[in-house]
Design a protein around this ligand. Sequence first.
Ligand SMILES: Nc1ncnc2c1ncn2[C@@H]1O[C@H](COP(=O)(O)OP(=O)(O)OP(=O)(O)O)[C@@H](O)[C@H]1O
Ligand SMILES: [Mg+2]
Length: 465
Amino acid sequence: MKTTSETGFIHDAPCGIFMTDREMKITFWNSDMEKLTGIESSKALKQKPSFINFYDITPGEKKMLDFRDCFKGKKTNIAKTAYLNNINGSQTLVFINARFIQSGKSDILMVIVTDISKEITCSTISAAPLLIREKEPLQRIVGRDEKILELYRMIEMAADSMANVSISGESGTGKELVANAIHQLSNRKNKPFVKVNCSALTETLLESELFGHVKGSFTGAYKDKIGKFESAGGGTVFLDEIGELSQMIQVKLLRVIQEKVIERVGDNKSIKVDMRIITATNKNLREQVAKGLFREDLFYRLNVFPIKTSPLRDRVNDIPLLVDYFIAKFNLQTGKHIKGLTEDAYRIIMDYCWPGNVRELENSIEHAFVVCNKKLIDVFDLPQDIRLVSLRQGLCKNIDSTLAPAYYVPNEVPAVNHLSFRIITKEQLNAVLMNNQFNRKETAKQLGISTVALWKKMKKFEIIE
Ligand SMILES: Nc1ncnc2c1ncn2[C@@H]1O[C@H](COP(=O)(O)OP(=O)(O)OP(=O)(O)O)[C@@H](O)[C@H]1O
Ligand SMILES: [Mg+2]
């Protein structure tokens, strides 16, 4: 293909453009492609597009675009969001549009690559593929951080095995999503996935919920009831908040795991059960064992394949992707057309420490959707407690932080002193920590205690491991 006169005007276009011939050899490579990839035109010409480092943004997806589909007539147009790696190691979020153009003998493929990494407002475009593919179990767990990629590997390994899995991690880090993904990827996927929240019921009700009962076995047992272990038949039982189990149920659970049989409450007949057990907790079970609150033998039975979910503050680079994902999700749910966040709101979201993890982020975006009636979510569309921390830290460029008290109730961060430290709650401690940007030295100073005492309290509340 001739360049200069025919394609000169697109050589300096403000987006990457390249073309290939029928043999899929690159015949044109403009200056923006050079910038995006770090590869000069002379090196790119005659190469195949597969040499370009495009990566799918969809988690778990290894294969990138196959432009050959265009020539095979399978597709005439490909539109996709992807990451493009530069040879200097940087990565750019791009939108790719590939088009097959047929013109007699010279069929060509024309590809336009647009840098969208700076467009916080492109949420719907970049998250759309995630939403479309949400049916895939791993892709519901959004993230590109190495910790999330490791989590995918653990989930895949767990799904391939029969071992009991125990998932631990802070509240809101996706433990239930993980349990669900393991089941969906396992060969039990066509059988039930039964969830039981062990902290939501009294001991008697939980016993009956898990094991079932026969009519008249206790007051209120008006008819026979099948328990969850039985109803899971061939599937998976997900025991959430396992750290809350009473000693009596712990003993019964141990027997189920060891012998794969249950007896319904009020009945002696043993019934064989076939299910896999996945448990989750946001408590430190080892500590519970040490305190004599959780049986050691049960702990080891359940903990055959432990998986840990990581707090959002340890993978802040995933926040933009998650924000995009939730904006796209709530746009679909509410019919709104919110495009993104203002610069200040974005800064707050990035700097906040998210003690409630992804759930808190999701709830904050949902809150903003209720309040926001513009195209961009602004600072005051965000929940008050998130604004509070950020305004006090003076994070917002365009908002005078001295105005902040007018917008929120003051003194939400508790006045805690040395004496009250003994009775401080987890929420209060988190608030003081947040107010000090999780700086332990500063927090300890404010509380009038040693950093060791603070560390112990944080460990006790499982704010840290
Ligand atoms: N990586 C993620 N990608 C997308 N959504 C996520 C992710 N992690 C968590 N969520 C969402 O956050 C919310 C909380 O997740 P989940 O219930 O799995 O957390 P959890 O660890 O079980 O919390 P808890 O200990 O409080 O029960 C859910 O709405 C879930 O869809
Ligand atoms: Mg949960």
